[in-house]
Write a protein that binds this ligand. Structure first.
Ligand code: D61
Ligand code: MG
Length: 429
């Protein structure tokens, strides 16, 4: 209800929110797939997927059958790994050992871990991790090798940063590569391996990496205060030292000007990944995969626009309205629409641009590049948007939609009754 209240001043959002929540908008965008959760451990994994991710569970669950189990397990494996990384109560040596050997645990269906701190929100995922490994071992080998390889590389990368702070912009890019770029790379290889996307998607690691960096940098920018309070920081010193003497100073009102300039610097930096994201998304040919990739991206550009030059970021958690999120999700189902969303937020950023910021030039030129690439992507969209295939519409109509299942059910029952009476009739004399 508070979400509805927050959108009261935005009538179109309010309309979208009500449509989404009460008039089947959610089910149309995230169709309930024929139940794939046919083992107790897969049902448990689905429970953990929904519980550990508000933002990714809906798009993952709407994926086609070829990908849904592999990507659910990929998510849970990395969420488990991230729970180890994020736990500041763990002994550092143990943490290092766990992170670097986590990929081996995937082949041990008995392995669990109950040593996470009591306040770790996903500690019970590790306590019951055998449900994840059991389902991991049930996946096709071609998926297992991708997941285990990414888990190994991410774990080693996270271990590298246990004692290392993010000093340079190179460190920042490297850390984001480990925790999110590798997710993009792994996902792309899973897409290609499933046959739902071309080989090209899985081979171009640079574009896949950018998809992850754009999402992770947006999180890091937005979570400034939350991370600071938890005693860790991902804003690179090379950037923040241009604007202040201590990163935590930005939270105090006297250092607000420096804090905002630093924030704007990081927003301009994150926007550099957008052209790669356009190229990446323009290659996707399967509707459910497109939605899965595009929805987080449009949330990220909306979040960057909200964060830009916004002192609230330095003082409390900021979040886009639920109504905005729902409107964006509903729209982000074609490349043309996704590009429009990016252009619209880029114009907003352009109009807010602080001309006195040292990075104003950088922001402007990055936005200009985005506008140019958006033009090119739109011509691409005109040719490809209607080629994308929605595997499930036909299947779903047959399997799930009551408007089909009820009449089909009645017809089948009638047919059965007809054959029954014919074949059980007494033979004619
Ligand atoms: C297309 C679609 C989705 C994509 C993508 C391309 C490329 C990359 C990503 C998703 C990953 C984006 C990560 C952004 C959110 N950041 C985090 O969750 C941080 O942890 C990073 C390490 C664990 C990554 C787990 C993950 C996330 C999303 C997935 C996935 C795995 C697998 C499949 C699909 C989506 C962050 O977490 C903070 C938190 O707990 O809230 C942190 O610790 O910094
Ligand atoms: Mg983490």
């Amino acid at each position: 209800m508070s979400a509805l209240a927050a959108s009261l001043t935005h009538p179109t959002e309010l309309f979208q929110l009500i449509n989404f929540q009460f008039f089947g908008g959610k089910e149309r965008l995230f169709p309930a797939r024929a139940e794939l959760e046919n083992t107790p451990s897969m049902r448990r994994c689905d429970y953990y997927l929904c519980r550990t991710s508000r933002s990714f569970s809906a798009v993952i669950r709407a994926l086609d059958a070829e990908l849904r189990p592999a990507i659910s397990i990929f998510y849970l494996v990395l969420r488990g790994l991230d729970t180890v990384e994020d736990d500041m109560s763990l002994d550092k040596k143990l943490k290092h050992k766990l992170l670097t050997t986590f990929h081996e645990k995937l082949y041990d269906p008995q392995w669990n871990f109950d040593g996470s701190g009591p306040n770790e929100k996903d500690r019970d995922l590790l306590v019951e991790f055998h449900v994840v490994t059991q389902e991991f071992l049930a996946l096709d080998k071609k998926f297992q090798v991708v997941i285990a390889d990414i888990c190994k590389r991410m774990g080693h990368g996270m271990a590298e940063f246990i004692d290392k702070t993010v000093e340079t912009v190179d460190d920042y890019n490297l850390y984001c590569h480990y925790v999110a770029g590798l997710v993009g790379i792994g996902l792309s290889k899973l897409f290609s391996a499933s046959g739902l996307e071309s080989a090209e998607v899985g081979v171009d690691e640079e574009r896949a990496n950018s998809m992850g960096l754009f999402l992770q940098k947006t999180n890091i920018i937005r979570d400034y205060l939350e991370d600071l309070e938890e005693g860790r920081t991902w804003w690179p010193r090379q950037v923040w030292s241009l604007y202040g003497t201590k990163l935590s100073d930005f939270a105090s009102p006297d250092c607000e000007a420096g804090g905002l300039a630093c924030l704007n610097h990081l927003v301009a930096d994150a926007l550099q990944h957008v052209p790669d994201c356009f190229v990446y998304m323009s290659r996707l040919r399967t509707q459910s995969v497109f939605n899965f990739c595009a929805i987080p991206q449009v949330m990220a550009i909306a979040t960057l626009d909200l964060c830009y030059n916004n002192k609230q970021v330095l003082k409390r958690n900021v979040k886009i309205r639920k109504g905005t999120a729902v409107s964006l999700m509903m729209k982000a189902t074609s490349l043309a629409n996704v590009i429009d969303i990016f252009v619209s937020y880029s114009k907003s950023l352009q109009s807010q641009g602080v001309t006195t910021d040292p990075t104003y030039g950088k922001l402007s030129s990055t936005l200009d590049t985005i506008f140019k690439r958006a033009e090119q992507a739109k011509t691409m969209a005109a040719a490809t948007d209607n080629l994308r295939h929605t595997r499930t519409e036909a299947q779903q109509a047959l399997v799930l939609s009551p408007s089909v299942t009820i009449p089909v059910g009645i017809a089948l029952a009638g047919l059965a009754a007809y054959y029954y009476t014919r074949h059980t009739q007494a033979p004619k004399p």
